[in-house]
Design a binder for this molecule. Sequence first.
Ligand SMILES: Cc1cc2nc3c(=O)[nH]c(=O)nc-3n(C[C@H](O)[C@H](O)[C@H](O)COP(=O)(O)OP(=O)(O)OC[C@H]3O[C@@H](n4cnc5c(N)ncnc54)[C@H](O)[C@@H]3O)c2cc1C
Length: 1020
Amino acid sequence: MRTSPRSPSDLGTGLGKEPLSQPRRVGSSSYISNSTPPRSGGLSHRPSPSPREDPESPAGSHTSSGPVSEIGSEIVVQSGDMELDGPGLEDSDMGSSTTSLHAEYTGAPPAPSTTSSHLQTGHRSLESPLSHVSDQSELSSIPPSVSSKATTPVDSEAIRELVIPRPRNLSPASPPASPQPTPRRAFDIKPRSSIPAGMDDVTYATQCLRAAEHSRLDPYSLHEGEYRLLRQHITQAQVTTYLQIRNGILRLWYSNVRRPVTREAAVGCAAHARWFDMASVCFDWLLRHAYINYGCVEFPPAPTISTENPCNRKRKTIVVIGAGMAGLGCARQMDALAKQYSDQLAERGELPPKIVVLEGRRRIGGRVYSREFQTKPETPLPGYDGQRHTAEMGGMIITGFERGNPVNVLVRGQLGLPFRVLKSDTTLYDSNGRPVEPLRDDRVEKLYNDCLDRVSEFKFKTQPSKLIRGNLQLIQTGREITSDGTRTISEQEEALAALPHAPSVSEQNVPERVNRVPVSSDKLTGRVHTEPGTPATSKASTRASQFGWTLKNSVHEDSTVDLSQAASNPDATLGSVLDDAIVQYRSLVDLAALDHRLLNWHIANLEYSNATNLYKLSLGGWDIDAGYEWDGKHTMVVGGYQAVPRGLAECPTPLDLKTKSPVRNIKYATGDSPAPCIVECEDGTAVEADIVVSTIPLGVLKQGSVGFDPPLPEWKQGAIERIGFGVLNKVILVYKEPFWDTSRHIFGVLRDAPNKHSLIQSEYASRRGRFFQWFNVSKMTGLPCLVALMAGNAGFDTEHESNDSLIEEATVLLRKIFGRSVPYPVEAVVTRWASDRFARGSYSSSGPGMHIDDYDAMARPVGNLYFAGEHTCGTHPATVHGAYLSGLRAASEVWDALLGPIDVPTPLKRPKESRPNMTSKMWRAAGPEERKPYEDKAGQLKTEHARLQEEFEEKLAKWDEECAILRAQYEKEHSLTSDSLSQTPDKGRRGGGSSSPHKNKHRKTSRPIDYAESSDDPDL
Ligand SMILES: Cc1cc2nc3c(=O)[nH]c(=O)nc-3n(C[C@H](O)[C@H](O)[C@H](O)COP(=O)(O)OP(=O)(O)OC[C@H]3O[C@@H](n4cnc5c(N)ncnc54)[C@H](O)[C@@H]3O)c2cc1C
């Protein structure tokens, strides 16, 4: 039963038809609107009348029915206008309708070509400075020693790409791959035309390196996809040339992310005409895989390609289900690809495909939902004019802009949205409201990290992918290779594999596997930071002493924590083994109830980042995405994160988007069958499509409310079942005035076990996540506003607890900390994501029985049905950027299906142009006898050249090897020892596993990723 009727403010702006939606000024007399929690499968809840259903209630003044009634008539309580269970949907128009976003958000009819104010912001922003994309406004300001940390998610992406079968079931009339090799393109440009004249090589190379690092690619190595594309076409030496061109193209993109890089401009990054084809292939690869020209890019009008009557040309239809970040990202990317490949489509007799997005809700953004507050400030905060006042119901934090986060390009580079840096300085308050002594907190946190470190011994072991590297020095200095080499990479690999006892092709060029161990936790996101190292190298007793704990009298200095038995239990989870670690630690040191509260606060933080209880997390895979974090400070968009999906939907031109179109069945085709897909909506309408991309959230897939015909194969269904999908909820409170320290962005609260003084670890699980973390988001919302997190069990409990009791609990807790004068909020919003029929939870996590490749299986297409969504992105699951990346990946797969693989001209290096001259004429006129001595001499020289070349390559390989050994030796001699590191506050012990000469050679290994810690930062 839906008892919280949707208000018009559901539509995003708070403008609507009902009187309740009138903006409430902070401080003005107000009203209460109590919404009863939804009824959802088996969850009990306390019904209470909805004010809008209660004819007895005076307008704008409804009294909450609940045991606690100090909550007075001044509070607006919303349960979030989510698509909750129950018959409440009757107030939504379930008919399929094409809705202009303008109308959707403002309730006004769409203006012909304008967009909503946010989108105007987006357009306006297209004028803002490009330097926003990077903290470094001058690319050239980066020294040549710029870190070469590989940001390419090489490992699992590689695995995924290798297993994705190429879709085969498009219409036979238009086979996916072009049967004819594409003739070489002619380029009417000069070599180096895209390299700034007068810029010295090192400056140019440095800018290129930095651009590659911003593009989630390793500037010094081929991505696995590039390797597969090029291995039969280029030599090892030419890898350097390719990377120089590729990094140069990325530099062009990063110098203006609002304009597309054209093929000609990309080809102009080649230093010689003989590399034009290589540059063109590189352009295709970057374009198709969304390393360039993605997001809200303005394209010039497409030239008229063909005189053929377009009416005779075929037009495919692609349906994207879901208008969240994944769906909108995918549709926008396909729209961009359609514009850029219109000529190739025309050559195939096709019009650009029709791309339709079907969204079940009345709004877009999915789990990025910035819900307009009804409260408005009496006087706008300085610098807040014109922004909306919104509650971030779902995705909220951008976890670092640097080193490849594609949201950077959208937010800063293209939409120019205002944002603020989040500071992680925090105070932890004990359950009695008193601040916890920092030293105590530090000691417990170290013990907690050590427990996680020991648990990480049982993590899945992933296989690194190939690492084909170019010449580091040449890439850094922008110098050219002196010799091309003779054998292609594949010839070289195969030749080596043919030798006795040599590694097979797949084993060659594979770097050593790098373990990652937890070093610290991020207070803002709950994520555990990891670094390369070896788990649990020191005895627990030694570690405890180092952390400042006093060992119990009976404890021997060799005593340690042994988790092998707990881990060998077939039902072992992260929670069960971590509990065992804490229990074992208790036999070494005295843990008081306060220590347990602290430990469990950290555990709640981890439950927050996984949106589930620790006992529902895989022991092997709980941090499967470790090592893929972005760098940089965490931020929040001012006025609402939803401006990003809106930008994607509208900029530069509106997508074909139908809201209020919940899909109930997807008929798709497998094998070579040409049958089209049929997407059936709940209102009975059906859309026929050649390709469907489903971004339906995992929670909805698990519930089975959307049918698939034929049923999804077992490998897909298995992954759906095994990957976890839990709940994180929020209680968002708006006040008349702040009573908290407004200079801080977060504070934490420790929670008691039901038995207040309990020393039993498992007893803390039920309550530790209740209001455990608070965000002060006043500057981002323009109102005095706190957001409390409900994580772990508390997340699930929120689904069936009354708003009154939640607000009461929050108020009691805040009064303990800030004093008895803390008032009730003037407005409150409670999320219930598990009851939301279009989400069924918050985000994915590694379920207990998860297989290492389950995220990849989620991503893999089945016939002409493709998949995207955060749950399909193993490198960045559970995030907004992961959802976006998954949409880009799906777009790329669809494009491969439409156009076939990228054509690589053979030979890739263009032969030198030869012009007939007098000498060649005379040569042709000469007889065989006259030519013979010259030919013999040429033969000898060729043989000698080949011999020298081989000798040189052998020497080069040897030097490289010696250099690597020397470097490893140097690193070993100059690295910090584990003991010295352990004394470094907050950094924990590191340094294990650095023995390999190859491992992380170009990664920053010494600095833990440390978001916004030191910042007294400017909110930018
Ligand atoms: C409480 C909470 C806090 C979060 N905090 C953060 C954070 O701070 N930072 C961060 O990076 N990420 C955060 N996330 C995660 C992030 O919001 C998600 O990972 C991301 O938004 C998911 O995007 P998506 O496109 O995969 O799915 P969605 O956004 O859910 O999009 C799927 C779309 O499909 C639609 N749909 C579903 N079923 C149907 C159907 N049958 N027919 C038609 N349409 C359908 C849905 O309505 C939805 O619009 C948070 C999420 C939650 C819930």
